[in-house]
Ligand binder design. Structure first.
Ligand code: SAM
Length: 380
């Protein structure tokens, strides 16, 4: 067997199959079940054995506390009338938060891509170590989440696939949202990575709050024409906009220096957090984000009159300074919100009328007047 393949199984903790499995078992004189157990990979047989011998297995499991990240003191560094910001480790902070108290958790952890963060955290962990760490902070997030509360995880599809596996049976899966943003150069032998994954879960059967914004119809920025063919359904379209789906095409990357609140990458758009806060919380609800970064979640919560708790392991000055410019952020947020919950923005509506394209009123009027061709303006 190629040494490279053995290394791959070992590094990624992948169970070999077929001929490779036979060779590994022969060379190490163990059975397949032995191998699965040693690798910590569960198949149906192993799971059944665990269920059948739960008592015996419990007795030999190591003390859970010994495996936990040690407690590091966290320090409050800033507060507003709605929120508190801490500097320190999110797991330590969460241990101090009461169970079932948070309405929304939004988490955008480091992606383990060997990036340099101002906090100098190790962003190049072994796969297993990274997943274990994610499971640890996720367990705390789940504990502090209220029944009916919502949890979102922003990550690369590769990591979110593994985290979804952990969340299965702990929270209720609602959506895998694909947010269309190109984030990497093409990689040989793979499709061009063009979306981030946003996992959306609730604690319990259904979310307590669910207010999806409706989006404006996508139109050509040059000729204002439809980008999609709505055929004979135009008169059925809701003047309040298009239903929010699980593919988000309108979230801008924060690349321009004018919008960046701290040096380096990783800052999310206020538009994304506005949408999530609006979707899942009411005014006065409590929002928590374990990975502060530049504080986008806290800013969205503050602007929308939600209470919030924030924490960042690295320097927090950029977050605090951001609150000095809250009026600018309010302007950006108001601009985003002006284009929501209507099929055409004011500007788009005006332009479409000018060039003779259909609008909700033109379609309905024509229908009311019983004209044979409903959409003759478009055929010009
Ligand atoms: C991807 S960034 C978050 C960016 C943020 N969503 C924004 O829009 O600005 C992840 C952040 O988590 C912080 N971090 C990493 N480990 C942490 C921990 N254990 N506790 C708290 N913060 C942590 C990093 O220093 C980094 O600033």
């Amino acid at each position: 067997m190629l040494v490279a393949r053995l290394r791959y199984y070992n590094d990624k903790n992948i169970v070999p199959t077929g001929g490779d499995l036979d060779r590994v078992l022969r060379a190490s004189s163990i059975t397949e079940i032995d191998l699965m157990l040693r690798m910590g990979r569960l198949n149906r047989n192993v799971l059944e054995a665990i269920r059948d011998y739960a008592g015996e297995i419990r007795a030999i499991i190591k003390d859970h506390d010994a495996e936990r990240t040690p407690y590091h003191p966290v320090m409050q560094v800033f507060e507003t009338s709605l929120g508190k910001l801490y500097e320190g480790d999110c797991i330590s902070l969460m241990r101090e938060i009461e169970s079932d108290t948070v309405d929304l958790v939004f988490a955008d952890p480091p992606f383990n891509l060997n990036k340099l963060y101002p906090s100098k955290i190790n962003d190049n962990l072994k796969t297993e170590h990274y997943i274990n760490w994610c499971q640890e902070w996720l367990s705390e997030c789940i504990r502090i989440l209220k029944h009916g509360g919502s949890l979102f995880i922003w990550n690369l599809p590769k990591w979110n696939a593994a985290l979804a596996n952990f969340l299965e049976g702990r929270l209720n899966f609602l959506n895998w949202i694909s947010v269309d943003i190109k984030y990497s150069l093409p990689i040989q032998g793979r499709l061009y990575p063009s979306h981030y994954s946003l996992l959306y879960y609730t604690k319990g059967e259904r979310p307590r709050v669910f207010h999806p914004d409706r989006l404006p119809m996508q139109i050509c920025p040059h000729c204002y024409g439809d980008l999609k063919d709505y055929g004979g359904y135009k008169d059925k379209m809701n003047p309040r906009g298009i239903n929010l789906s699980d593919i988000w095409l309108d979230i801008p990357p924060v690349r321009h220096a004018k919008y960046k609140r701290r040096n380096g990458a990783n800052e999310l758009s206020l538009k994304l957090l506005d949408r999530i806060v609006e979707l899942t919380t009411d005014e006065g609800d409590l929002v928590f984000d374990p990975f502060g970064g530049s504080g986008t979640t806290y800013m969205a919560a503050e602007l929308k009159n939600r209470r919030w708790i924030g924490v960042e392991i690295g320097p927090t000055d950029d977050i605090v300074n951001r609150f000095d410019r809250i009026h600018q952020e309010r302007g950006i947020l108001n601009d985003y919100r002006e284009s929501l919950n209507t099929l055409f923005t004011e500007d788009a509506h005006k332009k479409r009328v000018q060039v003779g394209l259909w609008t909700c009123e033109s379609v309905r009027n024509k229908k009311k007047n019983g004209q044979a061709s409903l959409f003759e303006t478009e055929k010009r």
